[in-house]
Design a protein around this ligand. Sequence first.
Ligand SMILES: Nc1ncnc2c1ncn2[C@@H]1O[C@H](COP(=O)(O)OP(=O)(O)OP(=O)(O)O)[C@@H](O)[C@H]1O
Ligand SMILES: [Mg+2]
Length: 332
Amino acid sequence: MNILGIETSCDETSASVVVDGQIMSNVVASQIKWHQQYGGVVPELASRMHTEKINRVVGQALQDAGVTFSDLNAVGVTYGPGLEGALLVGLTAAKTIAKITNIPLIPVNHLQAHIYAVYTDPVPPEFPFLALIISGGHSIIAQVNDHFKIEILGSTRDDAIGEAFDKVSRVLGLGYPGGPAIEKSARDGNETAFKFAIPMKHEGYELSFSGLKTAVISAVQQFSGGEMPVNDLAASFQKTIADTLIHKAKFAIANSNLKEVVFCGGVSANSYIRTRLADALSESGTRLIVPAFQYCTDNGGMIALTAYYFMQQHPGYSGTINSVKPNLSLCI
Ligand SMILES: Nc1ncnc2c1ncn2[C@@H]1O[C@H](COP(=O)(O)OP(=O)(O)OP(=O)(O)O)[C@@H](O)[C@H]1O
Ligand SMILES: [Mg+2]
């Protein structure tokens, strides 16, 4: 079973080939350096750059995996959530490939795909398990009961954690994307220098990060005109995010009695948070499973893997360019 996966939901043009459940290639063309000058992703620019890159990225993914279009059995593509114009580029490419090679087209939910990135782990979790989907646009606590059966337990009422990283980074003058910049700066900072409260501490599965972002901005304003302790602010902010995720994960574990937690989405690329979460959860006998770094932020590998598991669950699936609409069974 050779599956091509295509991802263009935001600012990464990516394609991957999965053969029998193994990622054989994963080509990611990042647009970050073009968006950096604007301090965030410019949707129109993203669509245009996807259009320029998509053919080369797909060609390279096939070549790296040693397959050709005629070897493919299915093509999976992100249909959402994401930037509309950006999604359209990947969808158009996928539909064209499916049409000319006469293979099924699988519309993949990007957030489910973040979870499926853990299937790169040699010992993937067993159903049911908990998932923390923590990315640039979403922060969700979910229970994954079976393939494509996901129950959302709670999510952010406002900002996503990745978004908070990006905004805090901007006010600290650390640039875009904020996650890696804050992580680097925090290594030289004192994480107890500033005390920020855990948001929604007593609100069960509920999450919220705009208040924390505002608290950091207020702390920054104290130093206007003077020298700002950037590293301490970065470290204290990052610590509060880790404390919050640990607190919420422990709540979810206590409520569900589940013993495996998946941490996925772009923010799961943060080594400090990965380590803090893994250590805190292991104390209570819970195993944390995090995708390898290259599969945390957006990538075609997770899309192709999701499509692979979809085909395993739906043998004989033959959705085509005409029949495929965003498939609700794949929705989170
Ligand atoms: N090391 C890191 N530490 C913290 N955050 C990080 C790190 N690396 C990346 N991020 C954050 O991850 C986000 C990007 O993740 P991802 O690519 O999954 O988001 P997205 O695809 O834009 O959003 P979504 O998946 O919700 O549609 C950015 O906000 C970025 O700052
Ligand atoms: Mg993403």
